[in-house]
Design a protein. Structure first.
Length: 323
């Protein structure tokens, strides 16, 4: 068993627990400021939303309670399953106040990475709300192959918007919790989740702490001439497109577009020097745009970063848990 697998086993084996009743309540999303600086597609008006929470299990060895949380998405789609935001809430035992962070998954995530991260955070005194993004987990209809990101431009753009608004509402739910320190709210995303998390933080002032794992910005500059995209690029150009037109289309979902907003937040970036998926130049572009705050480089590939999990989590815990 690898070190990483052993850590996952020790942290994630649940203890026995009795079934608990469903707790229900209503939370309020109230925009911070007038939202004039937020692109219209990512604005969210003041509203109330009902939520329900139930006990899932205890991680007694880690001092963590795991609960399921559900509430309506602020975006209504044609897919009924996708209209409910499903979360797992990893809460340290005790009254707090604890820092609170929204955790987002990787592209092809089976949820194990985010659950391991959330468990580690909670075992170190940071409440973690692992939020399923649109069309992930229970938000995807049974037997369906629909995905949040696909070759369908309009669908992907709409799904990213929904993910960002879901994070904004999730941050309001965390803020409403009595065990949470509202001044220490953050978001953490890995790979695809890092792009969504960065975008969400740019649009949500509540999220004062941002942890970007294996992420960056400048999507078109990075990928336009990549040989892996030849078939798509050639088709795009046959239809009259070019690089600049594509940059304009992608700008609303590229974290680099509004990255300067994060200069006033606390940003931590963790990236791989030999990343073959999120190229180092993308991380460097995001790092510079967000004010050249702390960045940690590991000499590895995208997937090789798993070998540095414990060291990376040390940086993350200090970042998200700092006063």
């Amino acid at each position: 068993m690898s070190t990483l697998a052993l850590v996952a086993f020790l942290l994630a084996v649940p203890g026995a627990s009795e079934a608990a009743p469903v707790e229900k309540g209503t939370a309020k999303f109230e925009p911070v400021g007038d939202q004039k600086s937020i692109p219209e597609r990512y604005r969210l008006n003041a509203h109330k939303f009902d939520w329900e929470m139930s006990h899932k299990f205890d991680l007694k060895a880690s001092g963590v309670e795991v609960l399921t949380v559900r509430f309506p998405s602020p975006v209504v789609t044609d897919c009924v399953e996708n209209n409910t935001v499903h979360c797992e809430y990893y809460r340290p035992v005790g009254k707090g106040p604890f820092p609170g962070v929204v955790v987002l998954d990787i592209t092809a995530g089976d949820q194990s990475v985010s659950r391991m991260i959330a468990t580690h955070l909670a075992s170190h005194g940071i409440s973690a709300l692992f939020m399923q993004m649109p069309y992930y987990g229970p938000r995807r209809p049974p037997g369906s192959k629909v995905k949040m990101i696909s070759a369908n431009y309009k669908s992907s753009i709409d799904n990213i918007r929904q993910a960002v608004l879901d994070v904004r509402q999730s941050s309001a739910w965390l803020e409403s919790r009595p065990e949470i320190d509202a001044k220490r709210l953050g978001v953490l995303g890995t790979s695809l989740g890092s792009f969504i998390g960065s975008l969400a933080a740019e649009m949500e002032p509540r999220l004062s702490r941002v942890a970007i794992l294996l992420g960056g910005g400048g999507l078109v500059d990075a990928y336009y001439d990549d040989p892996r995209g030849d078939p798509y690029r050639k088709t795009w150009e046959l239809l009259g497109g070019n690089k600049e037109k594509l940059k304009k289309l992608i700008a609303p979902v590229d974290p680099l577009t509004c990255a300067a907003t994060l200069r006033e937040r606390k940003v931590l970036m963790i990236d791989a020097k030999r990343d073959e998926i999120v190229f180092p130049k993308m991380a460097e572009a995001m790092w510079k745009a967000t004010g050249e705050q702390k960045i940690v480089w590991y000499d590895c590939t995208h997937y090789g970063a798993a070998l540095y999990f414990l060291d990376a989590m040390d940086h993350i815990v200090k970042h998200l848990g700092a006063e």
